[in-house]
Ligand binder design. Sequence first.
Ligand code: BG6
Length: 493
Amino acid sequence: TNQPSCVIVIFGATGDLAKRKLFPSIYNLFKNGNLSDRFAVVGVARREWSNDFFREKVIEAVHDASDAEVDSEDVASFSDHFYYHPFDVRDTASFVSLKQLLDQLDDTYEVPNNRLFYMAMAPEYFGTIALHLDEAKLTEVDGWKRLVIEKPFGHDLPSAEVLNDQIRQVFSEDEIYRIDHYLGKEMVQNIEVIRFANAMFEQLWNNRFIANIQLTSSESLDVGERGNYYEKSGALRDMVQNHMLQMVSLLAMEPPINLSTEEVRGEKVKVLRSLRHVPASEADDYFVRGQYGAGEIDSQAIKGFREVESVTDDSNTETFVAAKLMIDNHRWAGVPFYIRTGKSMTVKSTQIVVEFKDLPMNLYGTQDVSLGKNLLTIHIQPDEGITLQMNVKKPGSNGETTPIAMEFSKKSALKMNSPEAYERLMHDCMIGDATNFTRWDEVAHSWQFIDSIAEHWRDKLGEEFPNYPAGSMGPIASDELLAKDGFHWWPIT
Ligand code: BG6
């Protein structure tokens, strides 16, 4: 049914993610009739909050997150479904009392013993919590039990394996929903549709017709208050291992035989398996890293990464990554996939540009005028849409051409109504659809690919840092990476 009924347990309910994404998403699901009113949410965290205080926080979060007026009475009755349970992650007793609360809520709200456990707290506790859930029998249910787990899923392959082994002792693979919120974005989901529902793209979607594919996910925000996490993570682990590689696999995968969860994920994992492994000795040919120094964004002075709190003066952490990925299979042999992502860049934007090869012969160019490239741009955010660049006759001219852009793009009005990624993914999880969540083998292959680069960078000191000013599109080496192959980054539009 489309109106699932369950008890949602959020570990880390006092945190930022719960406030900014989870509470507002659950509210929208509820308001739009995508959640049965037979539900309850239990917030779990270390702080000693009361139910009332927690409910106030939920109400505040819902108001803060909506652009439109929200009905205060609605939100208040929604917040009545929320309960707070203080706990100590290592103390079995707090799990025993949590179980009592959950059993009682099942009765109160007539929930058929379905439980969704959402891990939205420091990742070092994910494993411990899972084991405690088992020990205190919170996972012995008549309905379903599911685990939603936020990134980071480990910080390299060995740590991801340890975490996976721990949670697999309690949840089976099909009960584990590893969230990658990019997979909940409207236009990321659209990649598949654009490719597999359009004859004019899918026929050309290979190395005979495509010169390269460029994927940019730039952020204008700096690291802000996340210095502590980010200093240990860096852009490679924070964005590339998950969001960027997931988008690459959607762009590169073969058409699945149908759209079922396992068929789609099976095709995606094949892409990750065919990524050309880059050994540390060749890392510099394929990967560029950057760290921002002081600069300016929107006429505001931004201090350099090394001056951020909890970041060391000689930090070796990258806040920017550009890379050339090669997918060694029949479809993609020879076609570079260029990716770049970073903090404190010019704009916040996620965009994909597919650059088509030139025609075999140019009837219209002269020595110094060549035809414009055919480009298919998929705008993921902030605008959502696609643009197709093609050549037409320059009006009034004789044999001259000019590139034009055909645009289908949803800005402002429509965009506000796009459901938030989290809303969609939480609903998917409650109805048991794991298609837009990452399977263990996807995670494992991504780490395997990333680890040799991370190791190489760890051993290579960051004396060249900072190497791009805040407010730019990254270090010069990122442009050189494409120039070596005769390409350049297409501007963000
Ligand atoms: C998160 C990263 O996964 O994605 C953040 O940890 C990053 O560092 C964020 O800012 C970007 O997400 P979005 O949806 O704003 O593009």
